[in-house]
Design a protein around this ligand. Structure first.
Ligand code: SF4
Length: 361
């Protein structure tokens, strides 16, 4: 299967990058990032040890930031009201693929085969049923039409969920050779506090370090790559992670890489100091806009094409619903608490949400 690579220079051409002294992108091919094992979860500073920014919100992840940019009402209903959402088949399938690819690197290199990954996919589905039974059951009922049918035909439903994930895994093996990789970290929780006090948080799918010590941040997408001209939006999440990593460690990642398993395309970007400073300014501006909405109690709907996959149309004023009163501010969940919840299920749900956002945006 052919792999399409798009090197992406938002502010300069490859020649300009070369003139500016930035290493040519050809230096960062996949095979360069084969050694690692440097980063562990112990490395992540505790949020509880950080002074919180005064006011709301005191922390942001790429998903929640994107929610607000897409539609302030969506942000409010998901983050403040915390209304339940129906699990999306594509998002749950994406979660399972991510889990299988995470576990793949627990195996000795010669055992990292496509067959082994298929078995890990089954294991991921079992894990999801055990750790998030309500979400797994809701999905099965959604597919089968009723609880009884879901129970009676569990095997068919499982096939319906897992079978479309297999081509995505085959595409992954066409894009990378996992036997040549030794990731420094997988599913790494990253957290850092900006000087302004805001905590940035998120999960990095994979972090590689090459023999020169250069860091590459990799994210898997189970959907298709964005069309030409939409790379900036797609890469925002990666620049967010790069900024967080820079603030955590003082290192600027050499390469940010999105692997689109839906159409076998790679999107790559080399960040620099100016990019990351601009990203920080953008995040702080969005944080200020969220704070202004919170202070005025106004989270305006922003209807558009994205409403087609929004879970909240039935309660959205833009779609004819009566406005729901904003919950009393004293009851709003503190955003930093979302990260410190010990239960597995909320983390999985957060992961499903961020993967869904990646697919649908
Ligand atoms: S339906 Fe559309 S306008 Fe309403 S909350 Fe969802 S995305 Fe926003």
């Amino acid at each position: 299967m052919p792999v399409h690579l798009r090197q992406w220079y938002p502010a300069r051409s490859p020649n300009e990058a070369k003139d500016a002294g930035i290493a040519p992108p050809g230096d960062c091919v996949t095979g360069d990032f084969v050694t690692g094992d440097i980063v562990t979860d112990d490395f992540v500073p505790e949020i509880s040890a950080m002074p919180a920014i005064m006011g709301y919100p005191n922390s942001l992840s790429p998903s929640r930031t994107n929610d607000f940019l897409t539609c302030p009402m969506l942000y409010r209903l998901r983050t403040i009201d915390r209304l339940p959402e129906e699990p999306s088949l594509a998002a749950i399938r994406g979660t399972l693929v991510h889990r299988a690819l995470e576990w793949l690197f627990d195996l000795p290199a010669p055992e990292r085969t496509i067959e082994a990954t298929g078995a890990l996919l089954d294991k991921a589905w079992q894990e999801l049923q055990e750790t998030s039974p309500a979400e797994a059951e809701a999905l099965c009922v959604q597919l089968a039409g009723s609880v009884d049918e879901a129970q009676a035909d569990a095997r068919t439903i499982t096939t319906q969920i897992l079978a479309p994930a297999e081509p995505l895994l085959r595409t992954y093996f066409a894009m990378e050779d996992p036997t040549r990789l030794d990731p420094a970290a997988r599913e790494l929780a990253v957290r850092a506090q900006l000087d302004a006090g805001l905590v940035l948080r998120g999960f990095v799918d994979r972090l590689d370090r090459n023999s020169n010590g250069d860091v590459r941040i990799v994210d898997y997408k189970t959907g298709r790559s964005p069309g030409s001209g939409f790379e900036t939006k797609a890469m925002f999440q990666m620049r967010f992670y790069a900024l967080t990593w820079w603030r955590m460690t003082g290192e600027i990642p050499r390469l940010l890489q999105l692997l689109y398993l839906g159409n076998s395309e790679v999107l790559r970007y080399q960040p620099d100091v100016d990019d990351l400073r601009a990203t920080e300014r953008k995040i702080l501006a969005i944080r200020a806009a969220i704070a202004a909405s919170a202070d005025s109690g106004t989270f305006a709907p922003n209807p558009g094409r994205h409403c087609d996959w929004c879970s909240f149309r039935s309660v959205c004023p833009a779609w004819g619903a009566l406005p729901i009163p904003l919950p009393d501010r004293s009851t709003w969940p503190a955003t930093r608490d979302l990260e410190t919840t010990p239960a597995v299920a909320p983390q999985l749900i957060e992961r499903v949400r961020s993967i869904r956002d990646g697919i649908e945006e």
